[in-house]
Design a protein around this ligand. Structure first.
Ligand SMILES: Nc1ncnc2c1ncn2[C@@H]1O[C@H](COP(=O)(O)OP(=O)(O)O)[C@@H](O)[C@H]1O
Ligand SMILES: [Mg+2]
Length: 431
C-alpha cells in the first residue's frame, strides 16, 4: 500500500493538474489515515474546480472533523452554489455550531488558509495566458467580448473618431464549469495583458468594513497594474453576503462595487472589467447600468462541435488508440460542461494509468476506457438548468433571460427534459 502511495504521490507531482489522479491520491491517503495530507489535496482540488460536486459534503465533514473550518466553509459554499441539496444543511449547522463555539477568529487558524490569507487577488502574467483558441465553441460570446472589450482597447482611435463611448464591462453567466473563468483569462491573453482574478468570495471578511476595504484594495491593485484585465469572479457572493448579513452590511459591499466600477469607467479605461456569476438573477440591477456591466452574456453548455473541440484539446499529447472516435464520445456527453468533459477524460486516463501501473507497459487511452468510466460522470449542468428554468418561468418579464429560454427549448435540453430537476418554490421565496 505504501508503495502505491509513493507511486501516486510521485505521479501527482509529475502531473499536478490531473485532478482525477489527485483525487485518487486523496482517497488513498484517507484510507491510510493520513487525513491532513488528504485534506490538503482535497482543498487544492476545490480551489481548481476539480472536486466533484458529490464529494463536497463528505469533504466538508472530513474537514470539520479535523478542525479545518475554513475548508469546511468553502465546501458548504461550493455545494450550495453547485445546487447540491443533499446533506448540505446538516453540514452547515455542524459548521456553525463549531464556529460559534470558538468564535469567528478560529477561521483564521487553519495553517494552510493562513498562508493564503490576504491574497484576494491572483495575478497571471501575459506569458501564461490562454487565448480564445483555447476556448472551445462559444463563438457568440467571444464576439461580444471582442466588440465590448478587446476592440476598444486595441483601437481606441476608431471609437474616438466616431464618438462612440468605449468601456463598460461584460458579465458572463451560466452553469458552472462551462468556461466563464477560462474566457476571462483568454480575454487577457487576446489583449496581451496581465490578468487579475478576484473571487468575490475571497473578498468577504467577517469584520465590519473589511469586505469593502478588500474590494477597494483589489481595484486599487488593478489601477496600479493598468493596463490589465480585472476579473470579478463569483459575483453571486455579493448577494449571498447580503442575504447572510441582512440588509445594510451586504448592501454596502454592493455600493462599494458600484463606486469602484464607476471610478474605473471615468478614471482609467485601461482596466478592462469582466465579471462572472452562476446566479444572474441575484445580480443587482444597478450593476448592469451603462458604464458598469454593459453586456450580460449567457455562457451555455458546449454543443456537439464545441464538445468535440474541448475533448480533442484535452486529449492532445496523450497516448491514444489510433482511431479513437472523439465525435462519438462527444455525442454521449450531451449537456456536459467543459469541466465534466475534463473529468471524464481524467477518469478514463486514470484507468489507463492503473493498467500501466499494473504492468501493462504503455497503455493508450481507448474507447473502452471511456465506456468503463461513463457511469462515473454526469452532466453537472442539469441542476443549474433546473434552477434557471424556474427563474426564467417566473422572472423573465424583461426578456433578459431569453438566451436561457432558447437554450432550454433546444433539442438537447428537450431530450434531457425529464432529468432537469423541477423546483416548485418561487425564486424569490425563502431558501
Ligand atoms: N468552452 C471550453 N473550452 C475549453 N475548456 C473548457 C471550456 N469550458 C470549460 N472548460 C474546462 O473546464 C474548466 C473549468 O471551466 P471554468 O472556466 O472554470 O468554468 P466556469 O468559470 O464557467 O465555472 C476549464 O479550466 C477548462 O479546462
Ligand atoms: Mg469560474
Amino acid at each position: 500500500m505504501t508503495d502505491r502511495l509513493e507511486g501516486l504521490r510521485a505521479a501527482v507531482e509529475l502531473s499536478p493538474d490531473n485532478a482525477g489522479l489527485r483525487l485518487v491520491l486523496a482517497e488513498a491517503l484517507e484510507d491510510e489515515g493520513l487525513v491532513p495530507e488528504a485534506l490538503d489535496h482535497l482543498g487544492r482540488l476545490l480551489d481548481h474546480g476539480g472536486l466533484p460536486d458529490e464529494r463536497l459534503v463528505a469533504t466538508g465533514h472530513l474537514a470539520l472533523a479535523h478542525g479545518r473550518l475554513q475548508l469546511a466553509a468553502r465546501c458548504v459554499d461550493s455545494a450550495r452554489r453547485a445546487g447540491v441539496a443533499e446533506g448540505v444543511a446538516p453540514l452547515q449547522q455542524a459548521l456553525e455550531a463549531e464556529l460559534s463555539e470558538g468564535g469567528v477568529r478560529r477561521l483564521a487558524h487553519d495553517p494552510l488558509e493562513e498562508a493564503a490569507a490576504g491574497a484576494t487577488t491572483r495575478v497571471v502574467g501575459p506569458e501564461e495566458h490562454a487565448t480564445f483558441a483555447d476556448v472551445g465553441g462559444l463563438e457568440g460570446v467571444k464576439e461580444a467580448i471582442h466588440r465590448t472589450i478587446v476592440l476598444p482597447f486595441q483601437r481606441p482611435d476608431l471609437y474616438e473618431r466616431y464618438g462612440r463611448r468605449a468601456g463598460g464591462g461584460v458579465l458572463l453567466y451560466g452553469p458552472p464549469g462551462c468556461g466563464k473563468t477560462l474566457l476571462a483569462r483568454a480575454t487577457a491573453g487576446e489583449c496581451g495583458l496581465p490578468f487579475l482574478n478576484v473571487r468575490v468570495e475571497d473578498v468577504l471578511d467577517p469584520w465590519i468594513g473589511g469586505s469593502e476595504r478588500n474590494l477597494h484594495d483589489a481595484f486599487t491593485d488593478a489601477r496600479d497594474r493598468a493596463p490589465c484585465v480585472l476579473f470579478l469572479d463569483e459575483l453571486d457572493a455579493l448577494a449571498y453576503a447580503r442575504r447572510k448579513q441582512g440588509g445594510s452590511a451586504g448592501r454596502s459591499l454592493v455600493d462599494q462595487m458600484l463606486q469602484e466600477l464607476d471610478a474605473i469607467g471615468s478614471d482609467n479605461r485601461n482596466v478592462l472589467v469582466l465579471g462572472a456569476t452562476n446566479a444572474p438573477w441575484d445580480i443587482d440591477d444597478a450593476l448592469k447600468r451603462p458604464g458598469r456591466f454593459d453586456r450580460v452574456v449567457f455562457v451555455p453548455p458546449p454543443d456537439q462541435p464545441a464538445r468535440e473541440r474541448i475533448l480533442s484539446m484535452q486529449l492532445a499529447d496523450k497516448p491514444l488508440e489510433a482511431d479513437l472516435d472523439v465525435a462519438a464520445l462527444a455525442g454521449r456527453a450531451e449537456l456536459f460542461s467543459g469541466a465534466d468533459l475534463r473529468h471524464w477524460v481524467e477518469r478514463a486516463i486514470d484507468v489507463a494509468i492503473d493498467e500501466a501501473l499494473r504492468g501493462g507497459g504503455d497503455v493508450p487511452v481507448t474507447r473502452e476506457h471511456f465506456a468503463r468510466t461513463a457511469d462515473q460522470v454526469r452532466p453537472t449542468t442539469l441542476d443549474w438548468l433546473g434552477t434557471a428554468r424556474n427563474y426564467v418561468e417566473f422572472a423573465n418579464e424583461s426578456g433578459r433571460f431569453d438566451d436561457v429560454l432558447e437554450f432550454l427549448g433546444g433539442n438537447e435540453a428537450k431530450r434531457w427534459r425529464s432529468r432537469i430537476p423541477k423546483r416548485r418554490r418561487h425564486p424569490d421565496g425563502p431558501e
